[in-house]
Design a protein around this ligand. Structure first.
Ligand SMILES: [Zn+2]
Length: 279
């Protein structure tokens, strides 16, 4: 997709499943299952859709999916289906892994950072994108490397510590411009230092909302994941953000939607909905 001076390519790293209750927080199942049916273990299917932004000079990959390091037990728990993975979608886009210049993390949970590293033939874990500089927020890195009981299952050290060891991880303390037209904005909420990516060119704005609005079913303000560590911060940010997204016609990229990669949030008679954009 051409977007002003930029090119945006929605990528795909497969499907996985998470508990539907955990994905919708205080929303009763009788409501959420109408939007998203659950399987016999109460899990709903989610996609993983990293976004590629090409500025001409720089190719930026935002998040990298779950990757291929999960063991058999966790692959079953999360029903990971990577029959179509990031490798396939990069190839479809005509890109090799060593053409990625920057890998930007929304946050360091395994379904976003899993693809940052991979195991080589000798079994050591290395940065997966050989030429890339990896960028994460300083305080997200601190939280990820000092996990507690509530977030430990989400922060798998093998996904980011090898980047630091290899000297390719750049920690950024604040909101920052990553490339021309590409900037980060901290949302907090999901994790204290979770960030989204604003992409601006030719007077238009696209937003990679990561886990702020993971799927099109999460557009309504109170539909907030129970995974969020600070749900009231999510709510506060979302209120303003969704209003702006409607008024300013942001093109939203939904990282975890199983079917819809991108769309516009619209409002009609007080009801919010997503108008999908096919490509
Ligand atoms: Zn996620």
């Amino acid at each position: 997709m051409t977007f002003g001076d930029l090119e945006l390519i929605s990528l795909f790293d497969g499907f996985f499943r998470l508990d539907g209750g955990a994905m919708f927080g205080v929303v009763p199942k009788t409501l959420w299952e109408k939007r998203t049916p659950a399987d016999d273990r109460n899990r709903i299917t989610l996609g993983m859709r990293p976004l590629l932004v090409r500025t001409g000079a720089t190719t930026v990959l935002i998040d990298a999916g779950i990757g291929d390091k999960m063991d058999a037990k966790n692959t079953a728990i999360y029903a990971i289906d990577r029959s179509r993975s990031l490798d396939h979608s990069l190839a479809d886009a005509g890109l090799a892994a060593d053409q990625i210049d920057v890998v930007l993390a929304s946050h360091l949970h395994f379904d976003h950072a899993g693809g940052f590293t991979s195991r080589d033939a000798a079994g050591s874990i290395r940065p997966r994108f050989a030429r890339a500089r990896y960028v994460a927020r300083t305080a997200e890195w601190e939280d990820a490397t000092h996990p507690h009981e509530r977030n430990r299952a989400s922060y798998l050290q093998e996904n980011f510590v090898p980047l630091m060891t290899a000297g390719v991880l750049e920690l950024v303390p604040d909101d920052a411009v990553i490339a021309p037209g590409v900037r980060t904005v901290r949302t907090g909420g999901h994790t204290m230092h979770h960030q989204i990516v604003m992409i601006e060119s030719g007077g238009r704005t696209a937003v990679f909302t990561a886990d702020l609005i993971p799927t099109t079913a999460h557009v309504d303000e109170p539909w907030i994941m129970a995974y969020d560590l600070y749900p009231m911060d999510t709510l506060a940010f979302k209120r303003t953000f969704v209003r702006d997204a409607i008024d300013r016609e942001y093109l939203i990229f939904f990282e975890h939607d199983p079917a819809i990669a991108a769309g516009f949030i619209r409002e009609k008679n007080g009801r919010k909905y997503v108008e999908p954009v096919s490509r």
